[in-house]
Design a protein around this ligand. Sequence first.
Ligand code: C2O
Ligand code: CU
Ligand code: CU
Length: 513
Amino acid sequence: MSMITRKAFLKLAMGAGITVPLSSLAIASCSKLGSRSRTSAIVVPPFQVPLPIPPILQPIRTDDNTDYYEMTQKESQVEILPGLRTPIWGYNGLFPGPTIAVRSGRQVVVRHRNELPVPVVVHLHGGKTPPESDGYPTDLILPADPSHAATAHTGHTTVGGIGQGFKDYTYPNEQPSATLWYHDHRDMFTGAQVYRGLVGFYLIHDAIEDELPLPKGDKDIPLMITDHIFNEDGSFFYPSLDPMLHEEGLEDGYHEGVQGDTILVNGAPFPFLKVSNTRYRFRFLNASNRRIYKLALDPSSSEGTAFIQIGSDGGLLPAPVPQTELIIAPAERFDVVIDFSRYAIGTQIVLKNLDGNGTTSQVMRFDVVRSQSDDSTIPDRLLPDAESLNPTEAEVTRRVILTRAGKRFRINGKEFDPDRVEIRPRLNSTEIWEVFADIPHPFHLHLAHFQVLSRNNQAPAPTDVGWKDTVRVGPREMVRIIARFTPYRGKYIYHCHMLEHEDLGMMDNFEVI
Ligand code: C2O
Ligand code: CU
Ligand code: CU
């Protein structure tokens, strides 16, 4: 992937009328110096633990047009490393939280009760959600326990208001089948609270997906990848200055983001999955705070490509796309089929991370243990009518410049301020956004799904296909996207999805008018 030169980057950035502090670019080019990372006190041997699958949550009640769910966010102790207990914060005390599986077009209401000692916010990532239910970072749910609620800083402007102990989120699900996820979004504490376990899958299904002959049932598996650091007693290490999470701030050396050396898939360290020699559908989600993975299979098979990509963040692709490697940045999803019939029974296939080193160079293992007949296929076309947004119809072109500034992060030279709205797209309009980055920043828009038009004025990467809500912008890259601002008016955010960058200022508002 070509990078734009430092000079060209500055020229483009300056042309946007925005001052990029030179010092921030200088720091960026030697950023390794400012970065440190603790290693886990416990080293777990890989491939000892079977892959867990998060349970599907059942609605507590349904009526003609709505399914009602309830969840309680609470502390619990779970066994992640064999023989040790890890305190987590989880939805219903689970990490990952329970999966919510819904039908496209059917409304869902989720009541979230907060039994944690801190305020929380819930965001449905990838959801087309009305603003009051989108999880604006200051729309806190205060702890149900009043002694904890008193410690919360409130008084910021909100979009959907403050919840006293609980909040109901309404999701219309007026969008096609896709792999979404829900996670914490508390202003300035998202990194710490997601890392402690506040994350889960939310799958939307529809009739188009039902009718495709893709692998289904127990051969359709969500895979949430995270990386953690473990203390000696099995607890998670996270460098918050205030472990109670009342005051913001990180220990020195972690401002660029927190990376762990122990890779968890669905909450288990380097797990294995026994598979038959058939096709499987895997929905990869990178739920890591900062780490970008380059996934590949080892051994790769002599026939065919490792991954057949069938879906992106926003749902099914028009047609399948073969991929040898998947570069997956925080918050991105890749929906793929792996065909294990290409391997002999007895083969053990490691899912590698080609960008890792040491323990982080492997993720999990697939063990082909039995033969089975397979009636699934991957059709040549997946979606009957696939839409490509037309750049000539875009109403506005904007430039969004993501830069590090010392221990803080900025968008177009400014840090997040809930009271400042400078971007006002018209409802149902499309806009082109040119996103520049000094160091890698995965760029995420709430509400508006988009397509990638170019990278550094060249063709997008093969993995940029389809509707997306998050796109990786590499060091000194410029990624041009076209987004449609639909279907709700109101105030939303966009931000870098490296959670420490987001917490340290790299977030901004837009209001659909
Ligand atoms: Cu997944 Cu605003 O985030
Ligand atoms: Cu989001
Ligand atoms: Cu960033």
